[in-house]
Design a protein around this ligand. Structure first.
Ligand SMILES: Cc1cc2nc3c(=O)[nH]c(=O)nc-3n(C[C@H](O)[C@H](O)[C@H](O)COP(=O)(O)OP(=O)(O)OC[C@H]3O[C@@H](n4cnc5c(N)ncnc54)[C@H](O)[C@@H]3O)c2cc1C
Length: 325
């Protein structure tokens, strides 16, 4: 019997757990280690952040699902990976710290035969001073709690505009190295729609502030969109969409600092600029979650396993392999 440990129960970890639990969960041991009791369908947070879905609609409890599919769920954070074992274990192992209310703070080492690291990104708001929810000055749609807070702030702005006030909304990326532009783009469309529904769109200045080279790059080198029988490139398609909706855009921008009501950004042409805002949702850059790694003597081998941004080094070989591999 082999033991497979999966770190993280997000989109990739949970998918791996469901497949492995059903396929081999009776012959082998499948353990999931993840700090939160609930799963989150992250892409739908953009609906929570405009009040069109609730947090309950985008999350569910993991434990009952894992019980049904032969997966042992440990509500815990992984702290360190020991790929060649440690002083107490000859086999590879991972050190975890429980986060469930009953076991909070307790640590344990779990030996494994196979390890899947699916811990996803750390939301690295710290890379830009003033970015992100308090103590920062911008909102986020990256977690259900962030999205709820974003919606609460959005509704306040809408209420002020319904009394005749004007507001500036800035949506996009909060650092030159931020990715996930697609989520911000979906959100600016949702906000535009919500403001129209509330009858206040005319009082809103809506600005797309992005590190993309061109609008429509979306961090993936652009897209082609088939619409009305034509294939259009993303730049033409999304610029048209923004122009039709009266959304302004600023691209090639690295946000360097956010102060209350002011975003500071540098453009690729070297100029430094400021943009006043009442409401800003800027996606943070991502980093690895900060796992450590040690050899059996206790020496730090994090450099061998992780890139400087903390993400695990991978071979990036996605060619299909036989099932046995
Ligand atoms: C608002 C938004 C909208 C998006 N929309 C889309 C979309 O439409 N289409 C698309 O393809 N992508 C979209 N994305 C990107 C997509 O959500 C991510 O690529 C995806 O969630 C990554 O999956 P993952 O499993 O690697 O990480 P995650 O889904 O982030 O899961 C990571 C898991 O690891 C856990 N974890 C963290 N630290 C530890 C630790 N130390 N030990 C153990 N577990 C840990 C976390 O709690 C979580 O369960 C969107 C992202 C955002 C923020």
């Amino acid at each position: 019997m082999a033991r497979i440990v999966i770190l993280g129960a997000g989109i990739s970890g949970h998918t791996a757990a469901r497949c492995l639990g059903r396929w081999i969960g009776k012959q082998h041991e499948v353990i999931v280690v993840s700090p939160r009791a609930k799963w989150n369908w992250v892409p739908s947070n953009i609906w929570v952040a405009v009040g069109e879905m609730t947090a309950d609609q985008v999350t569910f409890d993991l434990a009952p699902i894992y019980k049904k599919i032969n997966v042992d769920f440990r509500q815990a954070s992984a702290l360190s990976i020991h790929p060649e074992g440690d002083a107490a274990h000859a086999k590879p192992c991972v050190k975890i710290e429980y986060t469930s209310p009953e076991l909070a703070g307790q640590t344990e080492s779990i030996a494994y035969d196979y390890l899947i690291n699916a811990t996803g990104p750390k939301l690295n708001f710290g890379a830009t001073p003033g970015l992100g929810p308090a103590p920062g000055y911008t909102v986020s749609v990256c977690t259900p709690d962030h999205a709820l807070e974003a919606n609460a702030q959005l509704q306040k702005q809408i209420a002020a505009m319904q009394t005749g006030e004007r507001r500036t909304f800035v949506i996009g990326t909060g650092h030159g190295m931020a990715t996930c532009q697609g989520a911000a783009f979906e959100y600016i469309c949702n906000v535009d729609h919500r403001l129209r529904e509330a009858g206040v769109r005319k009082q809103a200045r809506l600005v797309w502030l992005s590190n993309e080279y061109e609008v429509g790059d979306l961090g993936i080198g652009g897209v082609h969109v088939t619409r009305g029988g034509y294939v259009t490139n993303g730049k033409a398609f999304i610029e048209s969409l923004m122009a039709e909706r009266g959304i302004e855009w600023i691209t090639r921008a690295h946000v360097s600092k956010v102060e209350p009501g002011t975003i500071h950004y540098e453009l690729l042409d070297g100029s430094y600029n400021e943009l006043a805002f009442d409401f800003a949702m800027l996606i943070p850059p991502f980093a690895g979650v900060g796992l450590k790694a040690y050899d059996p003597s206790g020496a730090d081998i994090a450099d061998a396993l992780f890139a400087p941004n903390g993400f695990m080094k991978v071979d990036a070989d996605y060619t299909p392999k036989p099932y046995e591999d």
